[in-house]
Write a protein of this length. Structure first.
Length: 447
């Protein structure tokens, strides 16, 4: 009796998801990151010449941080250890460090790759430090968070930080073509997919290679099979991504039309329209962080000091989008959009900057008045830096009549507050300040 083998039994690699099967083994196979890996670029030279030192890869998900570590593992002469920040504690760190120290004594280098290094607490990160300093290990960390905030300063100072960028649509499309042609992908099958549908998958992936390959794999597996030919249509991809209208072109007109509609609906204090346009963008696959950035801009450009809390709420919504992503962050964006729609409106800050910018561009050579320069050295003080400076906190009113604009711009007014919302209070306060200064100037003019 013959036994029928499963697909996984016949080819163990076939059981792996497409991103794992297509993981690059050499630098030349890595998609994107040409600013680091192009011919003659620093990271490429470091890897090819086996001069790898401690470093941190910082970038969004799916851009090749772990892949780069695997390429280094293939090309370096050092022992390579993959270490998870999620599942390992200080005890495991010390065990690996002791092994690396033994290897060092026998002249063998150890590269320790730490995925999601930002998840380590300070004590865990500190455990690496003496071994990095002694050269027992070459530490390579990967993080999606800003290492300036998430990695200990002492450890960060001993690591070179390389910033990996989200893959552009061309790089992702090239990766998808490779998946269709490679024996590790669908090269042994006849898959028909139009270029515009492939580009839609690349656009939907939003810079993430793993998302692009996983979406393609799901689309092929659910494609229309006729004989030995699998056809992947737009409708198939839309079903696989749960999108009724798959991602409009992010660099095209519709992208700008929709963000304009959202912005102008909020400006017109129409929360219903604003939420509708928000939903249109999110359900089409727009990056929530892009929307959150525009909402944050709106908070100062169109609301400003009429409601200072608008900016706080917009920034909080951006942080929520960054932390949890879609679909959960849709409600945070909705909260911000509705709040900004019904908030009192003022564009006084926007107008102030635009007017100041015009003067700044035409008065670039105007020197900073000496009395508001910082005389940090003896020579500076001798030539008049800081002479005549008035420290407002030394006065009872916390005000002085000291002039801070260049002489050519004296009397210029940029910020003209409205009476909307809380900005009315700023208007009254500014009027009091200016009246006080005028009164002081008039007293000084009298003999």
């Amino acid at each position: 009796m013959s036994q029928q083998l499963s697909l996984a039994d016949q080819d163990p690699s076939a059981a792996q998801p497409l991103p794992a099967r297509l993981r690059p083994q050499t630098i030349g196979e890595i998609a994107g990151q040409q600013h680091l890996l192009g011919e003659g670029k620093v990271l490429r030279r470091i890897i090819e010449e086996d001069r790898v030192s401690s470093m941190i890869f910082w970038g969004p998900p799916g851009v090749g941080k772990t892949t780069l570590a695997h390429v280094i593992a293939n090309q370096t002469k050092a022992k390579f250890i993959n270490f998870s920040a999620v599942t390992s504690g200080i005890k495991e760190i010390r065990g690996v460090m002791e092994e690396a120290e033994r290897n060092r004594r026998f002249g063998e280098k150890t590269i320790l790759f730490v995925d999601e290094i930002h998840r380590f607490n300070k004590a865990q990160q500190d455990a690496f430090l003496p071994f990095v300093e002694k050269g027992s290990i070459i530490l390579i960390g990967a993080t999606t968070e800003n290492p300036s905030f998430e990695v200990n300063g002492a450890l960060l100072s001993r690591c070179k930080v390389f910033v990996l960028k989200a893959l552009d649509e061309d790089a992702l499309a090239g990766l998808l073509h490779r998946a269709l042609e490679s024996p590790q992908g669908f090269g042994d099958q006849e898959v028909r997919i139009e270029e515009d549908v492939l580009r839609l998958i690349a656009s939907f992936a939003n810079g993430d290679a793993r998302t692009a390959l996983s979406t393609l794999e799901m689309a092929v597996l659910n494609g229309e099979l006729e004989g030995t030919v699998t056809t992947v249509t737009r409708e198939v991809v839309e079903q696989c991504t749960s999108r009724k209208s798959l991602l409009y072109d992010k660099s095209g007109e519709e992208h700008y039309n929709l963000i304009s509609a959202l912005h102008k609906s909020m400006r017109n204090s129409d929360p219903d329209a604003a939420v509708y346009w928000l939903a249109r963008m999110l359900e089409a696959g727009e990056d929530p962080l892009y929307i959150a950035r525009r909402v944050t801009r709106f908070a100062s450009e169109d609301v400003g000091l009429a409601d200072p809390r608008a900016l706080e709420l917009a920034v909080a919504a951006y942080q929520a989008c960054h932390l949890i992503g879609m679909p959960e962050c849709s409600v945070h964006l909705t909260q911000a959009v509705v709040y900004l729609s019904v908030a009192p409106k003022s564009n006084a800050l926007y107008r102030a900057y635009e007017e100041a910018k015009k003067d700044a561009l035409t008065q670039l050579s105007d020197p900073v008045p000496l009395h508001i320069r910082n005389g940090v050295t003896k020579l500076m003080r001798e030539v008049g830096y800081g002479a005549g400076y008035q420290y407002a906190h030394d006065t009872e009113e916390k005000l002085t009549d000291m002039r801070c604009l260049p002489d050519s711009l004296l009397g210029r007014e940029y910020y003209r507050p409205t009476t909307q919302g809380l900005e009315g209070r700023f208007k009254d306060r500014l009027a009091q300040i200016k009246a006080w200064k005028r009164e002081r100037e008039e007293k000084e003019k009298k003999p």
